[in-house]
Design a protein around this ligand. Structure first.
Ligand SMILES: CC(C)(COP(=O)(O)OP(=O)(O)OC[C@H]1O[C@@H](n2cnc3c(N)ncnc32)[C@H](O)[C@@H]1OP(=O)(O)O)[C@@H](O)C(=O)NCCC(=O)NCCS
Length: 221
């Protein structure tokens, strides 16, 4: 059981508070946010205190407290990655949350700061890196590996023996054929069907999925 600080003050932080409070052994003790997003006065979020990130180590030291930083995937999760690295640099441990309503197995490896919601099926021999989000209802096929800072939305089918590199994004209802390598920074559009391995920072859409001209880092989201 850890005493946990949640990073952020938006929807993801609110949901993280709800899931940890109702479905984990951890105790959420407060929130922290980058100084520029710090509300005025003595702010409270979900009934708990909020501390600016520049003062968090002084207020809640890493020797006693852990962090959880589930955030939205803007800019191919490079912003989430930066916050994750800053928390690690301060010496904090980061917890992962795996819903009691997800299905997993004893030989599945899950890294730090992962946020894995209800109805995910994670088959045997899967390896999941750090700072990975699996929103609700995905199928992660056996012997697949998922790199750090990757984001699955909902109802994605990742078939078996796939390698997903870092900073990828999978839109709702997308499908990946077995044995493919999904290169770093790949964006798979919603309802797309990926039949061949992808190129780094590519955007793939349609069935069969075709590579768009735009780089995934140039998407508006
Ligand atoms: C790929 C994506 C980012 C494009 O969004 P956009 O930049 O607003 O693009 P537009 O809607 O203007 O569409 C541009 C073109 O791509 C096509 N397109 C967009 N999404 C597509 C998809 N999923 N499959 C096939 N074609 C698609 C459009 O039909 C349009 O084609 P056209 O130029 O021939 O008319 C978006 O469709 C997407 O998939 N987002 C992810 C949504 C998601 O999963 N959200 C999760 C929420 S939890």
């Amino acid at each position: 059981m850890a005493k946990v600080i949640i990073f952020g003050l938006a929807d993801f932080a609110s949901l993280a508070h709800y899931y940890l409070s109702t479905d984990s052994e951890h105790e959420v003790i407060g929130f922290s946010v980058s100084d520029e997003y710090m509300p005025q006065g003595d702010p409270v979020f979900e009934g708990l205190p909020v501390v600016p990130f520049s003062q968090v180590a002084e207020h809640w030291p890493s020797s006693e407290f852990s962090f959880f930083a589930p955030m939205a995937p803007r800019k191919m999760s490079t912003l989430r990655e930066k916050v994750y690295d800053q928390i690690v640099a301060l010496g904090y441990d980061l917890i992962s949350y795996v819903s009691s309503k997800a299905t997993s197995f004893g030989n599945v490896r899950i890294g730090r700061n992962c946020f894995i919601l209800e109805d995910n099926t994670i088959q045997p021999f899967v390896q999941i890196g750090d700072n990975v989000v699996l929103w609700s209802g995905n199928h992660i096929g056996h012997h697949s590996t998922i790199g750090d800072h990757t984001f699955f939305t909902s109802h994605v089918v990742l078939s078996g023996h796939c390698v997903v590199e870092r900073n990828c994004f999978f839109g709702v209802n997308s499908t990946i054929r077995d044995g493919l390598t999904i290169a770093q920074g790949t964006f798979v559009a919603m309802a797309s069907s990926v039949m061949r391995s992808t190129e780094a920072w590519g955007v793939y859409k349609g069935n069969p999925a075709e590579k768009a001209k735009i780089s995934s880092m140039d998407l508006r989201s």
